[in-house]
Design a protein around this ligand. Structure first.
Ligand code: GUN
Length: 278
């Protein structure tokens, strides 16, 4: 029988801790504040930003939202970031991605002050992650690690296979597991004979962005399976990168979608915001 990793429950514990810390800071006269920038009207981004606002409300973090028009100019966006960088009452800054194509995403991420970079996307913070010496961790990989810790899943010496090499998830994920003394393999779209590698995983992290991509024949009996995906299946139902129904019985522990990694990503953003304020 496999263990269902309950991201909602672990996230609720993180939120309790964050709420307590926000309250403590408030009693010292410090109102923790997160500024969220959204450019254009991508519907998924709008949903994510709404979640962030509600999450902040829940834990007593003040949130400021800057909704900019689709045709916002680079200079306008940079001016806003500069202003927020300089404001003492703003602790964390996040620019929701993707941003419209005419804008320079790299320049935007670099413009956010590393000390307020609650996404940990600034090259300085990315560098600290490489060195294993960080203030902020990107929210999704940090959330995955919290889940592994919460369920006492040993990492040291294990073979962790990460499928996906994005800057947001795959690359930092592999660094965090390496720091915990795992043997880490990173696979991607050009990997040959993917299944032969994923089958070696003691801990398999799927971050590919393709619905039900990881099937039972790609998973070792007893593996821990972490599903970072957030997709829609043929019927429009929310699903992960893992074909849950066939993979779960083979696993020793697995995250569901929804209710696995997603709530943890949201919770870790708030934890980063507290960290930015202290
Ligand atoms: N778009 C999708 N995921 C993320 C994230 O973690 N941070 C930001 N800023 N944008 C995103």
């Amino acid at each position: 029988m496999y263990n269902l990793i309950d991201g909602k429950k672990v996230a609720a514990d993180v939120l309790d801790k964050v709420a307590h810390e926000a309250q403590e800071l408030k009693s010292q006269g410090k109102e923790v504040t997160l500024a969220v920038i959204i450019v254009g009207d991508d519907p998924a981004s709008r949903v994510y930003v709404n979640h962030k606002r509600k999450d902040c409300e829940k834990v007593g973090i003040r949130s400021l939202e800057y909704a900019l028009a689709e045709d916002t100019k680079q200079e306008e966006l940079m001016a806003l970031i500069n202003e927020l960088n300089g404001r003492e009452d703003v602790d964390g800054i996040l620019c929701q991605l993707p941003i419209p194509k005419h804008l320079d995403e790299k320049a935007v991420l670099k413009a956010i002050s590393p000390a307020k970079d609650v996404d940990a996307f600034h090259p300085t913070n990315v560098g600290y992650i490489m060195l294993g010496d960080y203030t902020f961790l990107p929210c999704t990989p940090a959330g995955v690690m919290e889940l592994l810790y919460a369920y006492d899943i040993p990492i040291e010496g294990k073979h962790c296979v990460v499928v996906g090499r994005s800057n947001i998830v795959g690359k930092p994920m592999s660094m965090l597991m390496l720091k915990e003394n795992a043997t880490v393999t990173v696979c991607h779209s050009r990997t040959r004979d993917l299944a032969s590698i994923t089958k070696q995983a003691d801990i398999l992290v799927a971050a590919v962005g393709r619905a039900k991509f990881i099937t039972a024949d790609m998973v070792k009996e007893g593996a821990v399976v972490i599903d970072v995906g957030m997709n829609r299946d043929e019927e429009g139902k929310l699903c992960g990168d893992v074909d849950f129904d066939s993979v779960a019985p083979k696993s020793s522990a697995i995250t569901p979608v929804p209710g696995g990694v997603g709530p943890m990503t949201r919770a870790m953003l708030l934890e980063n915001t507290i960290r930015a304020a202290t």
